[in-house]
Write a protein that binds this ligand. Structure first.
Ligand code: ZN
Length: 194
C-alpha cells in the first residue's frame, strides 16, 4: 500500500456520509422541520455535515445532501479553492430557517454545489436578508441578518430544504458552465493557492 492510497483510506474513514448528487430523489424532497432540541444524534449529524463539507471544499451544506431530510444546514463562508474571495466566518448550524425579509437589491453571481459537481451557474439572489431560525439549545427562535456572499450561501442552502437546486434558478441555460470554463472566465487555475 503506497502513501497515497493510505491517505485516501484515512479520508474515507473520516467522511461517513457521502454527498447525494443531482438525480437523487432526496434532494427534491421538502425537508421536515426539526422538533427536538440538541440530542447526541443531532450533534453527530452536524459533525458529519461539517466533515463532509470540509472534505469537499464547500462553504455550506444542507442535511438532505448527506441523506437526512431535515431543515438544517451549515453556513461556513471562508476563502478556499472553490471560492477564493469568500469572507471568513465560524461555521454556523442553522435550524428551521425562514427568510423574514429580503432586500429588493439583488445580485447575479456564480454558484456551485457539492451535489452538482463540475458545474457552475450564475444565479440572482437578494443582497441582504433577515432570517428567523431555531436555537436548539433553548428551543427559542431568533432573528439574524446576513449580507452579500453569506446571504447568498444562506439562500442556496435554504433552497436545498425545499428541494431546489441552483440550476433550477438559472434565468438562461447558457449561464450554466463547466468548472473548467468557469475557472477560465474567472482567470483562476485549478491549483490556485488560497
Ligand atoms: Zn448546494
Amino acid at each position: 500500500m503506497d502513501e497515497e492510497s493510505e491517505h485516501d483510506q484515512t479520508r474515507h474513514a473520516v467522511v461517513h456520509r457521502p454527498i447525494r448528487k443531482l438525480g437523487d430523489p432526496m434532494l427534491r424532497e421538502i425537508a421536515r422541520p426539526l422538533c427536538d432540541l440538541w440530542t447526541p444524534k443531532l450533534r453527530e449529524l452536524v459533525d458529519d455535515m461539517l466533515r463532509a463539507m470540509l472534505a469537499n471544499g464547500g462553504v455550506g451544506i444542507a442535511a438532505p445532501q448527506v441523506g437526512e431530510s431535515l431543515r438544517l444546514f451549515i453556513l461556513a463562508s471562508r476563502p478556499n479553492e472553490r471560492y477564493p474571495y469568500a469572507p471568513f466566518m465560524q461555521p454556523e448550524a442553522i435550524f428551521n430557517p425562514e427568510i423574514e425579509w429580503a432586500s429588493e437589491e439583488v445580485r447575479k453571481d456564480w454558484e456551485g454545489c457539492l451535489s452538482v459537481p463540475g458545474q457552475r451557474g450564475r444565479v440572482t439572489r437578494a443582497q441582504r436578508i433577515r432570517v428567523r431560525c431555531l436555537d436548539p439549545s433553548n428551543g427559542e427562535s431568533g432573528v439574524r441578518e446576513y449580507r452579500d456572499f453569506v446571504a447568498r450561501i444562506f439562500q442556496h442552502e435554504l433552497d436545498h430544504l425545499d428541494g431546489i437546486l441552483f440550476p433550477d434558478r438559472l434565468e438562461h441555460g447558457e449561464e450554466l458552465v463547466s468548472e473548467a470554463e468557469y475557472l477560465k472566465i474567472r482567470g483562476l487555475s485549478a491549483g490556485t493557492p488560497l
